[in-house]
Design a binder for this molecule. Structure first.
Ligand code: ANZ
Ligand code: ZN
Length: 823
């Protein structure tokens, strides 16, 4: 009697069995190599979306494949559970942030289990749990101890909508990363982590990450923004030679300086204007500019505005008087917050000098003799290379050499020297919000800033708070705010800010290695055993934020001896988006397909198969109903095939005997499939082509003659089920039982292919382009002229070789070569 494929029945059944058997609990077998497979942990927003389903399908195929391939695999999951939405829910519906979060976690965990993903839930972490944030606080104190956490007053990014400050990385094109509101500036005393101390290593070590997408590494490089140049010190005679140091990438243009500009917030401005006729005007101007966002100020088309301060500096080499201005286009927190104006050779300075009628002094002569020096600086700034003129002893020197020579000279004179500047700023981590890890610091009138002693951790979030979305709720809890100073015992106040949630996610991958440790965030032994994460899977939106912060954390932990590796993620896979009809799924477009819907209608296996088949993991995936239907039909087809031959497996099934042609062909195809699927999953993450190979095998099995060898058939069917196991775990498990096995398909050893089976039937041929051998290709043996021609013309290698040219003619010589004539 034929049995029906009913996913709803078998999926729930196996999920329960796996749970009972603790099938996904990490097995620590020291004789096996380790593999740490990690998907970025989700924010418990309430429901899984297709993006989640895609990430987990990708992670799970890798984890299952590696387990079957003889690795001890760590494949944990947890919750990035602090953050604003819980607090917004509290404001809106009066929900307790903790209750809201844990309910979401329960719900989403159920959903994840329905996907059949092989997660070790025994290692689950939730960053909002005191067992976890105790260690987040502990790590903060370690950073503090090592001089890497500090408090300073600064103009910080402020999101009025979220009513909290933001790190630079969280301001995307001038807007809040979370709510897209325009970010303004606020002068506040805040906590920072000193990520800038690690700028150089964060930059250089990107070269240690060949398994990261180049795009992500480039984004990080640009974010760190290393720029080599010089410091030049100008003195202000009227202020007892007080120094103003500028950062410039072009010390070779030093003789072309005709004015200086300070950022409006520069601390010297007040002193410079004091008692001057300009004082009131400049002050008003400065107040005006301070309110503007950085983006508005530095946009290339933004108008440059400034004011003369009335003060002059002395040029370090010529001694000339240089007027000092303030202007919107100079930022306080880049370089030194002061620049030397060289209008002849810098576009921004040129525009500014034209507008305010400042002198333009040409000091670089173009190499092109057609272009006279006098003409330079009339129409536009000359920013290219050339030879120095009007530059004292440096006249005649090529400007590249002058960059070094002038830096060196300045250094000898004690007036500056070569230096490096980074765009990267220290990480502002204070948040004026409730649902985060409290910063474990205490302020005492007598003792100053006092860290909470380690043994008093965790500093628990108070529950007697008012969450109204208007002020920091922690300030409303008297019992929280008032405390005793750990040093003198006197009355003191607690820090009421919480930490940026990106701190929580900067070390969670380490906690998974040792989730129940009550003495430390993790033991070195466990971390060293499992780290690095061998494959990290997540969205490109974290290319800078989370990935940069995690790298920083790992480096600090490495430096203080807590871990053996100084990079957390060996390989990174950034998965593409899930689209529908070419557009991102969104409620407003009404094109959302939910994982639950798919599971209910087709089962999780169909969903997983479709997701892995429809596109390579890094590409965007277009969700189509016909595609899902196709995947569903394919699973039915597999089911009928195995079910129809179940009888063959009774008793002692025969071994393959490849005496007849059909058996030989099936045997070859089976081993070809093993090879291709192993390489596609294990080396290339080309899950889509792995699946198409399995489909070919199924086609071959359907045409296998009744009269051909049964042993070979049994062998091929068994192999088919094993190859399907990491992709569609439930149906594979069910079919495995159906053919009479008592153990789990997921505990089978991944098959190795028999090179002998392939060699016989493959042959290497040459690909020629216009008669020249350009590449070699292994093709099935015995192809006809036409088949060989089609095979080679359609092969991906060929596309690369003909570089978009048109194919004029193809000459195929079976077993030898294919010559493609292009023109
Ligand atoms: C004089 C000069 C002459 C400059 C010239 C450029 C060309 P990057 O490459 O991005 O590091 N600068 C320095 N600090 C600044 C600040 N806080 N706000 C705005 N501009 C600032 O750019 C470095 C250059 O940007 C510096 O070199 C300085 O202008 C300007 F022909 O100094 B330059
Ligand atoms: Zn916001």
């Amino acid at each position: 009697m034929a049995r029906q494929y009913v996913p709803a029945e078998i999926e729930v059944k196996w999920q329960k069995k796996w749970q009972e058997n603790q099938a996904h609990k990490t097995v620590e077998a020291t004789d096996k190599p380790k593999f740490y497979c990690l998907e970025q942990f989700p924010y418990p927003s309430g429901r899984l979306h297709m993006g989640h389903m895609r990430v987990y399908s990708i992670g799970d195929i890798i984890a299952r494949f590696k387990r079957m391939s003889g690795y001890q695999v760590l494949h944990p999951m947890g919750w990035d559970a602090f953050g604003l939405p819980a607090e917004n829910a509290a404001v809106k519906f009066g929900a307790q942030p903790a209750k809201w979060t844990y309910e979401n976690i329960d719900f989403m965990k159920e959903q994840q289990n329905r996907l059949g993903v092989s997660i070790d839930w025994y290692r689950e972490v939730a960053t909002c749990s005191p067992d976890y944030y105790k260690w987040t606080q502990w790590l903060f104190l370690k950073f503090y101890e090592h001089g890497l956490a500090y408090r300073k007053r600064a103009f910080v990014n402020w999101c009025p909508e979220c009513s909290t400050v933001l790190a630079n990385e969280q301001v995307i094109n001038g807007l809040c990363w979370r709510c897209d509101s325009e970010v303004t500036k606020k002068d506040l005393e805040q906590w920072f982590l000193k990520i800038t101390d690690y700028a150089e290593r964060l930059l250089n070590d990107l070269d240690k990450l060949p398994h990261w997408p180049e795009k992500v590494r480039t984004m990080q490089r640009n974010w760190i923004g290393k720029s080599e140049g010089a410091h030049v010190t100008f003195t202000v005679p009227e202020l007892q030679d007080e120094a103003i140091t500028v950062f410039t990438t072009r010390p070779d243009t030093l003789y072309g300086v005709s004015y200086m500009v300070l950022a409006p917030e520069h601390p010297l401005v007040a002193k410079l204007i004091e008692g001057k006729p300009q004082e009131a005007q400049v002050r008003a101007f400065v107040d005006e500019i301070k309110k503007e966002s950085e983006i508005a100020r530095t946009a290339t088309d933004a108008e440059k505005v400034g004011h003369f301060t009335g003060a002059y500096a002395k040029h370090p080499l010529t001694g000339e008087q240089v007027p000092i201005w303030v202007a919107n286009y100079v930022l306080l927190d880049y370089g030194t917050g002061a620049v030397m104006g060289v209008p002849a050779h810098d576009e921004r300075d040129f525009e500014f000098a034209k507008k305010y009628d400042l002198p333009i002094k040409v000091v670089i002569n173009p190499l092109d003799p057609e272009m006279l020096a006098e003409e330079v600086g009339v129409e536009e700034a000359f920013t290219e290379d050339g030879t120095l003129i009007n530059s004292g002893d440096f006249d005649g020197m090529p400007n590249r050499d002058a960059i070094k020579a002038i830096s060196k000279f300045l250094e000898e004179q004690g007036k500056g020297g070569g230096t490096v500047s980074y765009r990267l700023r220290d990480w502002l981590i204070s948040r004026q919000r409730y649902w985060g890890a409290p910063i474990p610091m205490i302020y005492c009138d007598s003792c100053g800033v006092v860290p909470v002693p380690y043994e008093q951790l965790p500093v628990l979030l108070p529950e007697d708070v008012v969450i109204d979305g208007k002020r920091n709720p922690l300030t409303s809890s008297e019992s929280y705010v008032n405390t005793a100073c750990p040093t003198c015992g006197g009355h003191a106040r607690r820090e009421t800010d919480t930490m940026d949630t990106f701190i929580d996610s900067s070390w969670y991958y380490l906690r998974y290695t040792d989730p129940n440790n009550t003495e430390l965030p993790f033991s070195k032994e466990n971390a060293d055993k499992w780290m690095q994460v061998d494959e990290y899977i997540g969205g490109i939106e974290h290319a800078i934020l989370h990935l940069l912060y995690s790298r920083f954390f790992t480096k600090v932990l490495y430096d203080i001896g807590m871990v053996k590796y100084d990079e957390p993620f060996r390989s990174l896979l950034t998965q593409g988006m899930v689209l529908k009809e070419g557009a991102k799924m969104s409620k407003s477009k009404g094109n959302v397909v939910s994982p639950d819907e798919i599971i209910e209608k087709y089962g999780a296996d169909t969903g997983r198969l479709f997701i892995l088949f429809a596109a390579p993991p890094e590409r965007d995936l277009d969700w189509t109903d016909t595609g899902v239907e196709g995947s569903y039909r394919f699973l039915h087809r597999v089911w009928r095939l195995v079910d129809g031959h179940a009888g063959l497996f009774e008793g002692n099934a025969a071994a393959p005997d490849t005496a007849d042609e059909a058996a030989k062909d099936l045997y070859r195809m089976t081993h070809y499939a093993i090879k291709k699927v192993s390489e596609d999953i294990g080396e290339r993450y080309a899950f889509n082509t792995a699946i198409s190979t399995i489909m070919e095998l199924v086609n071959k099995l359907y045409t296998y003659p009744e009269t051909a060898d049964r042993g070979t058939l049994v062998y091929a069917l068994r192999t088919l089920i094993v190859l399907l196991a990491p992709i569609v775990p439930h149906i594979a498990e069910e079919l495995w039982q159906l053919i009479g096995n008592k153990d789990s398909v997921h505990e089978q050893t991944w098959p190795a292919y028999d090179p002998q089976a392939l060699v016989l039937d493959e042959v290497e041929i040459a690909i020629q382009i216009n008669g020249k051998v350009r590449d070699k290709l292994v093709v099935p043996n015995g192809l006809s002229k036409e088949e060989l021609e089609a095979h080679v013309v359609n092969h991906e290698k060929t596309a690369g070789l003909i570089e978009g040219k048109t194919i004029r003619k193809v000459i195929a010589v079976p077993g030898k070569l294919v010559n493609i004539v292009v023109g």
